[in-house]
Design a binder for this molecule. Structure first.
Ligand code: ZN
Length: 139
């Protein structure tokens, strides 16, 4: 296990812009407040979404696409540096009009409305390619 202590230096709340991309909005927030590491939670609604599922046998992401309005019942993620850019690793639980949920790694989604709470950590977090999982994991 790879672990370290982190110190929260700032906390922000933000409203995501209607029509913008959900994850890009969180990355914009991280860029505006110079957050090289952080943890966030969010909720709201999206107009469409693309979730990814990671197949551990094939070491490949498979997209699950939704072209309909969905609630973001829960969204959690973190900010770290990937190839020198701030990356918002984002997971979400989305729900439809019946309350049925779909969940996974959120690649993209068009914001209807969104509210985010971001805690910014002092020490940066960086990702690097991991041979075993074929994922970009924390150093
Ligand atoms: Zn993920």
């Amino acid at each position: 296990m790879n672990y370290r202590a982190v110190e929260t230096v700032d906390e922000y709340v933000a409203r995501l812009e209607t029509g913008a991309d959900w994850r890009a909005e969180i990355e914009s927030l991280a860029n505006e407040v110079d957050a090289d590491a952080g943890w966030f939670s969010a909720l709201g609604a999206v107009q469409d979404a693309e979730l990814w599922f990671y197949d551990q046998d094939e070491c490949e992401y498979y997209p699950i696409e939704f072209d309909e309005p969905l609630e973001v019942a829960s969204c959690i993620g973190n900010i770290s540096l990937l190839d020198g850019e701030r990356f918002a690793h984002t997971h979400a639980v989305l729900s439809d009009p019946d309350g049925t949920t779909y969940a996974g790694h959120l690649n993209e989604a068009t914001v209807w409305a969104g509210e985010v709470h971001l805690r910014v950590f002092e020490e940066p977090l960086e990702r690097e390619y991991d041979e075993t999982t074929e994922l970009d994991l924390w150093l």
